[in-house]
Ligand binder design. Structure first.
Ligand code: DOR
Length: 430
């Protein structure tokens, strides 16, 4: 089975070329290719990028299949241009053992739309008290390469230190949800004038920043790598700059929603805007965009967090935190980073594909668009505009903060190992 993508611009640069995908590889790149029997995908006016990799996705299987499954989450990912996602461990039961992490990997492969890499929990039950069996999970079928208690912080500095030491010896990555829990008890919104006026309990920036600073120091002493999930404040950006300048192995991600939205959204008390870490202030948004453009923040990760209607259509403080993100990520990055002149399309490939692959050490994803490379690629119409309609998304849950917004750029096809997984907004059955 081969596919010829015609008249497409690689990374949105240079003259259009034809790209032949065959046997899972990029087989040929050139002008005016003609291949007998190849299916044609017309790339006129479109850009080709390496498939996106999401280091931070919540797929809710096992336990909350009423909000998302590996199958529906994989569909959302393929439609969003992703060829690999990392499924967080805060499922029910928690993915703190190889039975669950192996299941996540196997189920993802059965569905076949995107490679679903399981994230293992750092501590048993995400309780922060006892290290999970990281070695068994790393050695399992799911070959866990990233561990995180995301949703919860590994708050105990000694446990975090031990986790970093183990991770180092196993060659895996610890991703930290940076939130000092003693500073966020009861908090539901960014601590600032908006939350004060609206009567919402505040989540101070220092709750994030104190853990970022602490973990950078712990990583330094352990000679280990640490990855900061969903960076949300200007202060975190300053700490990352400092840590990187010291030669500490720290990487960080930012979510599309923290690049677009700020706490002025809370005025309506609509709980669709409740998320952890919370939407911050406009000055934080500016700093996060700049940091992503300059490489202080390494990559974009969605923190795709599906929730049931009953957990979102309720009073703000009772709602669960989190927002959908997989199907809208590219458009939000174009709106916040490309249309503002902060990144070009090669930069988009870096922050959505190449850098995430490097951070977790994937060797078949996030590769250059070149002959002989795996055919994990995404075709994008940069001139498209579309209006988000929650009911039309592939996710089971509907908690998108972008409902009814008109957004730029659209994924028109995603290819995993040369097979189309999504085309023209529809999933292609395997
Ligand atoms: O808003 C969030 N939702 N932040 C997290 O860290 C966890 C996530 C979830 O699992 O719903």
């Amino acid at each position: 089975m081969s596919i010829l993508i015609t008249n497409v611009r690689l990374y949105g640069e240079g003259d259009p070329v034809d790209v032949l995908l065959a046997d899972g590889e990029i087989r040929e790149i050139g002008a005016g290719l003609s291949v007998d029997g190849a299916e044609i995908a017309d790339g006129t006016g479109q850009f080709l990028l390496p498939g996106f990799i999401d280091l931070h996705t919540h797929l809710r299987e096992p336990g909350r299949e009423d909000t998302e499954t590996i199958e529906t989450g994989s569909a959302a990912a393929a439609l969003g241009g992703y060829t690999a996602v990392f499924a967080m461990a805060n499922t029910s039961p928690v993915a703190d053992n190889a039975v669950i992490t192996d299941h996540v990997w196997k189920r993802g492969q059965e569905v076949g739309l995107v490679d679903v890499y399981p994230v293992g929990a750092v501590t048993v039950g995400l309780e922060g008290k006892q290290l999970a069996e990281m070695g068994t999970m790393a050695a399992g079928l799911g070959a866990v390469r990233m561990f995180s208690d995301d949703g919860m912080c590994v708050y105990d500095p000694l446990i975090m230190r031990r986790a970093l030491e183990y991770a180092n010896s196993l060659g895996v990555l610890i991703a930290q949800h940076a939130e000092e829990p003693r500073l966020t008890k009861g908090a539901v919104a960014h601590e600032g004038p908006t939350a004060a006026r609206l009567g919402l309990a505040g989540w101070p920036r220092a709750a994030e920043e104190s853990i970022v600073a602490r973990d950078a120091l712990l990583a330094r002493d352990a000679g280990a790598r640490v990855h900061i999930c969903h960076a949300s404040t200007a202060g975190t950006v300053e700490l990352l700059k400092w840590a990187k300048a010291q030669g500490i192995s720290v990487t960080a991600e930012v979510t599309p929603h923290h690049l677009l939205l700020d706490d002025s959204r809370l005025e309506t008390y609509d709980a669709v805007n409740r998320v952890n870490p919370p939407l911050r202030e406009a000055s934080d948004v500016t700093a996060l965009r700049q940091a992503l453009a300059e490489g202080v923040i390494d990559c974009v990760a969605t923190d795709h967090a599906p929730h049931a209607d009953q957990d979102k259509c309720c009073e703000f403080a009772a709602a669960r935190p989190g927002m959908l993100g997989l199907e809208t990520a590219l458009s939000i990055i174009v709106a916040t980073m490309v249309d503002t002149g902060l990144l070009d399309w090669r930069g988009v490939a870096q922050v959505m594909s190449e850098n995430p692959a490097r951070i977790v050490g994937l060797d078949d994803q996030g590769r250059p668009l070149a002959v002989g490379e795996p055919a994990n690629v995404v075709l994008i119409d940069p001139a498209a505009e579309w209006t988000v309609e929650a009911n039309d998304l592939a996710s089971i849950a509907r908690n998108t903060p972008y409902q009814a917004m008109t957004l730029p750029a659209k994924v028109t096809a995603t290819f995993l190992r040369g097979r189309a997984t999504a085309r023209d907004g529809k999933i292609v059955a395997g």
